[in-house]
Write a protein that binds this ligand. Structure first.
Ligand code: 5AD
Ligand code: SF4
Length: 450
């Protein structure tokens, strides 16, 4: 009988992608993925340490799983991802029932490590080297041998990793410590992976990396220097591809050439996630972001020149050490000037080994909470206004989920759209025209157009 594998994934799309790779890798070893931890033979927790809360969730889940392990002593419990990378053996000290700890660049060792544990050759295993080696190359072969995904959301849209790591060293961020230095994947491998996926029926690709804009600037682009805009053009040219997206971006590396892609490439969706973090130059400087608010605004204006309908999203950290009332007002001003379609905003939290953890002038929790609420309330108002701009228009929507009663889809600008089903048969991945009749702050409602 085949062994069963359950992976719980926290954190970003990089982690989601890593979990998919692991499922395929272990699928080849006879593991069947399940969506329930109950009765699984192997449970892997793919962890995130970006904010304190994310890490707390991991440890509380591991605590709960102690019982599961008592009930079933043969269960193998592994911690992988960013917390595994950062905490290593300390996880075993806190949670002795953990059998396996694997960092972000060692996931390809999982089959051999699980094998040793299953055969009881070792009692526990750890692998946390971080030496800028790329985790992707063996995956190319794996993908060729993998049948297309069964129909569902994953069958028409997929992530493709183009780089890993980060060289920016924002003062608050764990990523250089958990994912290592920046390294780019060869263009030919990326294009080949996209071609394989499209030939299997995938229509939408999101290119992934911690900082995709600096693709090709560091290391290992085996087939010669290629910039991110050049890579985008190569991928956009893959025939059959309908939608192309990318994430994440750093404002300092947003070039005119990349902006031009939004005017040039039809498949590139009019949506850009460009984290600004703060609207105060003094705070940006202490965050080591390497741009000013004025430079950010200039880039936004230029981007809108190339693609007036582009929807902008951002990330904001509220209550960075030393953030004064005036600094916070500057962030509110920026929100009101750019009028982002959406944003992800977080209270600042100290992270291990970051420079800002050592800064003085920490902001009290209640002040962070109050500022966060003010920011989010204003963002909600703006999101509603932005979504209302679509009222009465006919937009192109990709169907994500559908049943006999209702259909859920997504616009190129990344807005979720709900519709009533009609007698026409629908499947995830179908492109449909929808007239927008209602706008909410988080989604739209519409009617299918014939
Ligand atoms: N505290 C709060 N938010 C953080 N982020 C990154 N590090 C921290 C931290 N220490 C946020 C940033 C980033 C997003 C992924 O998480 O806004 O863009
Ligand atoms: Fe979390 Fe960052 Fe690691 Fe992604 S790279 S899992 S966001 S800590």
């Amino acid at each position: 009988m085949s062994k069963t594998l359950f992976i719980k994934t926290f954190g970003c799309q990089m982690n989601q992608r890593d979990s998919e790779i692991i499922e395929q890798l272990l699928g080849q070893e006879g593991y069947a993925s399940t969506d329930s931890a109950k009765n699984a033979d192997v449970i892997l927790i793919n962890t995130c340490s970006i904010r304190e809360k994310a890490e707390q969730k991991v440890f509380s889940l591991l605590g709960h799983l102690r019982e599961e392990k008592t009930r079933n002593p043969d269960l193998l419990l592994g911690v992988i991802g960013c917390v595994a990378q950062q905490e290593g053996e300390r996880i075993k000290e806190r949670m002795p029932h953990v059998d396996l700890i694997v960092g972000t660049q060692e996931i390809f060792r999982l089959p051999e490590m699980l094998e040793r544990l299953t055969r009881k050759i070792t009692t526990w295993e750890i692998a946390t080297n971080l030496e800028a080696s790329f985790v992707i190359p063996p995956f190319q072969k794996l993908l060729k041998n993998t049948p297309p995904s069964p129909p569902g959301p994953q069958s028409y849209k997929r992530f493709v990793t183009i780089m890993q790591g980060c060289n920016n060293f924002c003062s608050y961020c764990v990523v250089p410590g958990t994912r290592g230095r920046e390294i780019s994947r060869p263009v030919t491998d990326i294009v080949e992976e996209v071609e394989i996926l499209v030939s299997q029926g995938v229509q939408e690709i999101t290119l992934l990396g911690q900082n995709v804009n600096s693709y090709g600037q560091t290391n290992a682009v085996a087939d010669g220097p290629v910039s991110f805009p050049q890579l985008l053009r190569r991928v956009a040219a893959v025939s059959g591809l309908k939608r192309l997206r990318f994430t994440s971006s750093h404002p300092k590396d947003l070039t005119d050439d990349l902006m031009r892609c939004f005017a040039e490439l039809e498949v590139l969706c009019p949506h850009f996630h460009l984290p600004v973090q703060s609207g105060s130059n003094a705070v940006l400087k202490r965050m080591n972001r390497k741009y000013t608010v004025e430079q950010y605004l200039e880039k936004i204006a230029a981007l809108r020149g190339y693609r007036p309908d582009i929807a902008l999203a951002t990330d904001i950290i509220i209550g960075f050490p030393g953030e004064s009332e005036a600094d916070f007002s500057a962030t509110m001003d920026l929100l009101n000037r750019v009028r982002f379609h959406s944003s992800f905003s977080f209270k600042y939290s100290d992270r291990p080994y970051t420079r800002s953890a050592g800064f003085t002038d920490k902001i009290p929790e209640e002040v962070k909470g109050r500022r966060l609420t003010l920011f989010q309330n204003r963002q909600d108002e703006i999101s509603l206004e932005r979504n209302s701009e679509s009222l009465g228009k006919i937009v192109e929507v990709v169907v994500e989920d559908c049943d006999k009663v209702s259909i859920k889809g997504r616009t190129g600008a990344n807005q979720v759209v709900h519709m009533a089903a009609t007698s026409a048969s629908m499947a995830p991945g179908d492109l449909v025209g929808v007239r927008i009749d209602h706008a909410g702050k988080h989604s739209l409602k519409g009617t299918l157009t014939p």
